[in-house]
Design a protein around this ligand. Structure first.
Ligand code: TYM
Length: 332
């Protein structure tokens, strides 16, 4: 059976980008078609400036939102990365397979290190080695497929390279995984700056729809979305990124093609009103389920405990095999 692994970083409140680009596929399709593991990758959240109390809150909220989005612990595993030691154990080995140059070429490293330096923060070494941990996340489970938004495709490509290199040098150990991107909304853009990805760690929040925003806050952010000086509605992603982003969000909510949707509008005001309504309706059940789950923290804890136990059982033999293959003697 196909195995799927994917993860989400608790570095900020989850966004519509996370939902449309990843979570929704996991809940609606992936968990039902494969043996799936979904992880709140809390160790990754330590790669940038962080506050321990906030990280604890966001990790719990992240796990709760995965369940609220529809992940069913009866059919898939949901857990926290730091509860499964094998992630860190294999990450070090991946650092010994990857090169410094490969890590420095990663777009996210370049962008985030520039941002950290611009705000006067030092760049954590773990930000550079991040893709080694991400490769370990995927390889320890022998995942065939990794459903992610477009921004993570480069990291999954690197994971493939590292798996192939390890297998070639030390003998076949890892499944070589592939990224699976959504057909629409693979890259939801910021409503205030439609040339930038809608990202949960961005400081300016007016262009970001958070999954737990109040409905009227979401609607206001969408009504104020930056478009352009033209009054009509056409789908031209290169020339008109703001309008295209709204059409793509509506397309993801309705299942209709963005270009066909554009034909139905004379002006962007009506488009924005429909996008606002569609997004609010799309997220309503998730928000209701989130409130219910918050009232039952013991349930979420139980799901995470069982998810981690199952994850460990899969990961352990793979990491042990990788340690042996690379020349580390097993304990007597
Ligand atoms: P993260 O936490 O940034 O995002 C989680 C998922 O949401 C997708 N996503 C988006 N999709 C469309 N439009 C957007 N604006 C948008 N923003 C985020 C991401 O592509 C991702 O699928 N490095 C990963 C976490 C990770 C991981 C892994 C993923 C760590 N180890 C192993 C898969 C497998 C990350 O930072 O995702």
């Amino acid at each position: 059976m196909t195995r799927i692994f994917s993860g989400i970083k608790p570095t900020g409140h989850m966004t519509l980008g996370n939902y449309l680009g990843a979570l929704r596929q996991w809940a609606e399709k992936d968990q039902h078609r494969a043996d799936s593991l979904f992880c709140v990758v809390d160790l990754h959240a330590l790669t940038v400036d962080h506050d321990p109390a906030r990280l604890r809150r966001l990790s719990r909220q992240g796990a709760t939102l995965l369940l609220a989005a529809g992940l069913d612990p009866e059919v898939c595993s949901v857990f926290l990365q730091s509860h499964v030691d094998e992630h860190a154990r294999l990450s070090y080995v991946m650092e010994c397979v990857a090169s410094d140059g490969e890590m420095r070429r990663m777009i996210q490293y370049k962008e985030k290190s520039v941002r950290a330096q611009a705000s006067g923060q030092s760049v954590r070494l773990s930000l550079l080695t991040y893709p080694a941990l991400m490769a370990a996340d995927i390889l320890i489970y022998g995942a065939d497929e990794v459903p992610v938004g477009e921004d993570q495709a480069q990291h999954v490509e690197l994971t493939r390279d590292l798996a192939e290199r390890f297998n070639h040098r030390y003998g076949h150990t890892f499944v070589v995984p592939r990224a699976v991107l959504p057909t629409v909304a693979a890259r939801v853009m910021d409503l205030q700056d439609p040339t930038a990805k809608m990202g949960k760690s961005h400081a300016a929040t007016a262009g970001i729809i958070y999954l737990l925003d109040e409905p009227d806050v979401m609607a206001k952010k969408i009504r104020r979305a930056v478009t352009d000086s033209r009054a009509d509605v056409t789908y031209e992603p290169e020339e008109r990124p703001g309008v295209a982003n709204l059409l793509e969000i509506l397309s993801a909510c309705t299942g209709k093609e963005p270009a066909a949707l554009a034909d139905g509008y004379e002006g962007s005001g009506a488009l924005k009103a429909d996008v606002a309504e569609a997004v609010v309706e799309l997220l309503r059940p998730l928000q209701a389920r989130h409130s219910e789950l918050c009232a039952d923290p013991g349930y979420v804890d139980g799901v995470l405990r069982e998810g981690a136990a199952r994850a460990r059982a899969i990961a352990r033999p793979t990491v042990d095999a990788a340690y042996r293959a690379i020349g580390l003697l097993p304990p007597a």
